[in-house]
Write a protein that binds this ligand. Structure first.
Ligand SMILES: [Zn+2]
Length: 122
């Protein structure tokens, strides 16, 4: 198992992104791994190329121009939160003004980060 990010590259080394892709399909097999098929024209050398990628190695970001430095979990978390509204920004501002010391932030820390108190376990 490698954690290397999969990307599609032309023989010349140019990375292939969504706009270079001419054809894109699935190559399904009854047995063994299925493949994603991509036919592309390289934006640098203009040569045609094609590549099969194992379906389990295929990821949504594979043809994206930028690599996002977020883990999968973080991406999921942020995508469910929506955009930060102006009200949230204002609330945050007031919270900061009211903050007397860092202790007052403790109740806001997610439960999993809370240290176990010194109360003995029964
Ligand atoms: Zn090329």
């Amino acid at each position: 198992m490698s954690n290397m990010r999969t990307s599609i590259k032309c023989n010349c080394g140019q990375r292939i992104i969504a706009k270079d892709v001419m054809q894109h399909g699935y190559y399904l097999r009854l047995f063994g791994p299925s493949f994603v098929y991509v036919k592309f024209r390289c934006s640098r050398c203009k040569k045609l190329g094609e590549q099969f990628i194992k379906q389990e190695e295929w990821e949504d970001g594979i043809l994206k121009d930028k690599t996002i430095e977020l883990s999968h979990d973080e991406k999921e978390q942020f995508s469910t939160q929506g955009a930060i509204s102006i009200n949230e920004v204002i609330d945050f501002h007031f919270e900061l003004e009211q903050m007397s010391d860092l202790k007052s932030l403790e109740p806001l820390v997610p439960a999993k980060k809370q240290k176990s108190r010194s109360t003995p376990h029964s």
